[in-house]
Design a protein around this ligand. Structure first.
Ligand SMILES: [Zn+2]
Length: 331
C-alpha cells in the first residue's frame, strides 16, 4: 500500500496547494484507522479503482479547476461573492471554498470582517457533496460517482482547515491603514477595502505556495502533522460524530482561532514588503523565493513560528477529513 501511495505521489507532482489537495488527501488517507482503510481499499478495488488512494485522484483538486467560477447569481442569493473575490473570473469561486463566520462582539478585533454577517458556502458544499456521496457509495453501480463526490467534499473541508479560508482579516496588522489618507476622503474607505484585500491575498498566496514547497521535502515535520494529527493538535481528537456540516463548522472555528497567529507569523516570515502598493502576487508583481525562505538559517525562528501554526491547521484538517470519510462509509 505504501508503495502504491508513493507511486501516485511520484507521477503526480503537486500542481496546486492547499495548492495541493492531492498530496494532502493522500496523507490523510494514511491517517485512517487501519481497519477502515482496509475496508475502503477493498471496496475501491472491487469497483475497479486502484485502491483507497483513488479518493486523492484528480477529483480532489477539481473544484479549483473552474466549476465554481462565473456561476449564476441565483446560486449566491445573499451576494457573498462581492466580498469574497468578485462575481467573475478565477476568484469568483472563493465563496464556495471559504467561510467567514461573522463578527462577534465578544472578540471584536479577532473576528473583525466586512460585512459583519457570515459569508461563504463552504460548509454547505461539504454537506451537500458528502450527503450525495454517502448515498451513491451504497450501490455498486454508482460507487464511482460516490468516490468523486466524496473527493469534492474532502476538497471543501480541507479548504476550511486553512485559516486564510476561515478568516477574512487574519490580523489587523495586514490592513494598510495609510490608504485612509486617500483624497478625496469619500474614496478613502473604498481604497482601504481594496488595498486590504490585495495585501491579504498576497499573504494568503505566499502561505499556500510556501506550504506546498515545504511539504515536498520528505524529511520535514509537516506531512507528519497530517498523518498523526492527534500528536500535533489539542483539538484533533474532538472531530467525532455529527453531520458533515457540523464537522465543517467545527474545523472552520478551530481554523479561525489560528488565523491571528498565522497572520502575524506570515508577516514575519514573508516580510512587510507584501503590503507595498505595487505588490500583487496574483498579477505577477513581486516574486518570492520559497526554497530560500524554507532554508535560510537567519529565518529559523520565523519559520518555526509559522510552521507550528500551519502544523496544527493541517492536523485539524486531517482529523476532520478522516472523520468525514468514515461518515460517508458508515452503514
Ligand atoms: Zn478550493
Amino acid at each position: 500500500m505504501v508503495l502504491a501511495l508513493a507511486i501516485v505521489l511520484l507521477i503526480n507532482p503537486s500542481a496546486f496547494a492547499w495548492n495541493n489537495h492531492h498530496g494532502i488527501t493522500l496523507r490523510i488517507i494514511r491517517a485512517m484507522p487501519k481497519t477502515s482503510f482496509e475496508r475502503l481499499d477493498r471496496l475501491a478495488r472491487q469497483a475497479g479503482f486502484p485502491g483507497a488512494s483513488a479518493l486523492a485522484g484528480p477529483a480532489v483538486d477539481e473544484p479549483d479547476g473552474g466549476m465554481d467560477q462565473n456561476l449564476d447569481a441565483s446560486l449566491d442569493p445573499p451576494g457573498d461573492r462581492k466580498y469574497m473575490g468578485g462575481e467573475k473570473g478565477p476568484n469568483s469561486q472563493g465563496f464556495r471554498h471559504m467561510y467567514f463566520a461573522g463578527w462577534q462582539i465578544q472578540s471584536p478585533l479577532v473576528t473583525f470582517q466586512f460585512p459583519p454577517r457570515a459569508l461563504g458556502q463552504a460548509p454547505l458544499r461539504v454537506q451537500k457533496t458528502a450527503e450525495l456521496a454517502k448515498k451513491l457509495l451504497q450501490k455498486p453501480a454508482t460507487f464511482g460517482e460516490g468516490m468523486k463526490q466524496l473527493s469534492w467534499a474532502l476538497h471543501y473541508l480541507e479548504d476550511l482547515g486553512n485559516p486564510y479560508h476561515s478568516s477574512q482579516i487574519p490580523t489587523l496588522r495586514m490592513v494598510p491603514w495609510q490608504a485612509l489618507w486617500t483624497w478625496p476622503p469619500q474614496k478613502a474607505f473604498e481604497d482601504l477595502v481594496s488595498q486590504s484585500s490585495r495585501v491579504i491575498s498576497n499573504y494568503h498566496r505566499a502561505f499556500e505556495n510556501y506550504i506546498e514547497v515545504r511539504m515536498n521535502y520528505a524529511f520535514t515535520e509537516l506531512p507528519d502533522c497530517l498523518k498523526h494529527p492527534t500528536r500535533h493538535s489539542k483539538t484533533a481528537a474532538a472531530y467525532t460524530g455529527g453531520l458533515p456540516q457540523e464537522l465543517a463548522l467545527r474545523l472552520n472555528s478551530d481554523s479561525r482561532a489560528l488565523a491571528p497567529a498565522l497572520g502575524r507569523a506570515s508577516i514575519n516570515l514573508f516580510g512587510e514588503w507584501l503590503k507595498l502598493r505595487d505588490i500583487d502576487l496574483a498579477e505577477g508583481r513581486g516574486k518570492i523565493n520559497y526554497e530560500d525562505l524554507a532554508r535560510r538559517p537567519d529565518l529559523n525562528s520565523q519559520r518555526m513560528d509559522l510552521e507550528k501554526t500551519a502544523c496544527i491547521a493541517l492536523a485539524n484538517t486531517s482529523a476532520a477529513s478522516v472523520r468525514l470519510i468514515l461518515w460517508a462509509f458508515e452503514e
